[in-house]
Design a protein around this ligand. Structure first.
Ligand code: NAD
Length: 352
């Protein structure tokens, strides 16, 4: 066995149908009395409901979260937290909302109680992102790691199939890259394999029957594991490419992950055979890359960059940007290889 470092900060997790009923108790447990509840404009209703549950422990609702945390949004939210003398943030939503909570925590150190309603996994990571002048900068800081996470599958039943599917594929991507990460370790690898298993079996049910609580709970369990993997390891070519494509061409975060993943796996196939074998096994498929592609097709998620807004003449630039700064990947990253990967993803070719 390869030597490893295991260094996991503790997060308190409350999981299950009705977990949200514990919100007031959990906020109180942190010693907080004035929680600012965050959400996107679309989820204002969820935030207001959470504020009602908090009663006098709610300082206010701020439902202005948007994708990729623009610095202007972060500044306005920080001011609001300051104005209301908030002593805690409750982030109810997906990665965008939890990201806004992290932007506040980064500056003020306010504790976060996260209530995730997608499968993106941000609630389990010390990673934050801020977008300024069109450029997204990410960093790691344990200050932004939520203290408590309430996973309540009931909140995800309203997540439409076209968001649920790609969001789940985004979570699978964390697991896949965690398995071949430079800083992989055996415990995290167990979580990654189990995360893939849970998501692969639940997503087809989730998109067919969005109100199926059993499947929603299974998918959320997979998302929890996937987020833990993302927070504990460093990601490779897949995440690097998705970051570049999303930032430069303004493509949907979870959709890019869905489209790129089979091709990133095919790219790394020979260089990381053991990780790829585990992925295939967890998917119950003969080939890992094909298994991921077929799962995306089965759940009606996008499979081609051309269908999610990527311009054909952007492929050269994307390949250049993604190969500019050398970073760890099981297979050394070269322009020609990445350009081919992007072309296959552009047309949505099934990996062979
Ligand atoms: P999102 O948070 O942008 O949510 C997508 C849309 O779905 C929003 O309109 C939201 O209001 C809506 N929505 C969420 N839950 C819903 C529900 N249950 N019912 C109905 N609508 C619902 O999407 P996301 O994919 O969760 O997050 C993407 C963002 O998170 C990106 O900016 C990405 O970079 C970031 N992210 C960060 C990390 C990290 O560790 N820092 C990890 C993953 C993703």
């Amino acid at each position: 066995m390869r030597g490893f470092v295991y260094d996991q900060p503790a997060i308190r997790v409350i999981f299950g149908v009705g977990a949200l009923d514990r919100l007031a108790e959990e906020v109180q447990r942190l010693g907080a009395r004035r929680a600012l509840v965050l959400a996107t404009p679309e989820q204002r209703g969820d935030a207001e409901q959470a504020a009602r549950r908090l009663g006098s422990a709610a300082a206010g609702v701020y439902a202005e979260a948007v994708m990729h945390v623009p610095i202007e949004t972060a500044r306005a939210a920080r001011q609001e937290a300051h104005r209301l003398a908030a002593d805690c943030c409750v982030a109810i939503g997906g990665g965008s909302t939890i990201g806004l909570g992290k932007a506040i925590a980064l500056e003020s150190g306010l504790p976060i109680v996260a209530v995730p309603t997608t499968y993106a996994g941000s609630e389990m990571t010390p990673i934050y992102g801020l977008t300024e002048g069109g450029l997204k900068r990410t960093g790691r800081d344990r200050k932004v790691l939520p203290r408590t996470v309430l996973y309540d599958p009931t909140l995800s039943v309203t997540l439409p199939p076209k968001i649920s599917g790609p969001s789940g594929m985004n979570a699978i991507a964390h697991c896949v890259e965690g398995l071949y990460a430079q800083d992989a370790n055996p415990i995290i690898s167990l979580m990654a394999a189990e995360g893939i298993r849970a998501l692969a079996r639940s997503l087809p049910v989730v998109v067919l029957a969005p109100a199926n609580l059993e499947a929603r709970a299974d998918a959320l369990y997979g998302a929890w594991l996937a987020g833990t993997v993302l927070g504990a390891t460093s990601m490779s070519i897949h995440h690097k490419l998705c970051h570049t494509l999303g930032g430069t061409f303004n493509l949907g975060h979870a959709e890019v992950h869905t489209v790129i993943l089979p091709h990133a796996v095919a790219f790394n196939r020979e260089a990381a055979p053991e990780a790829i074998r585990v992925v295939a096994e967890a998917l119950g498929s003969k080939g890992a890359a094909q298994g991921i592609y077929d799962l995306a097709v089965r759940i009606g998620a996008p499979i081609a960059l051309k269908d999610i807004g990527m311009p054909l003449d952007g492929l050269d630039r994307a390949a250049k940007l993604a190969t500019e700064n050398p970073y760890y990947n099981p297979r050394p990253v070269d322009y020609a290889g990445v350009r081919q990967l992007l072309e296959d993803a552009y047309y949505g070719k099934r990996p062979v």
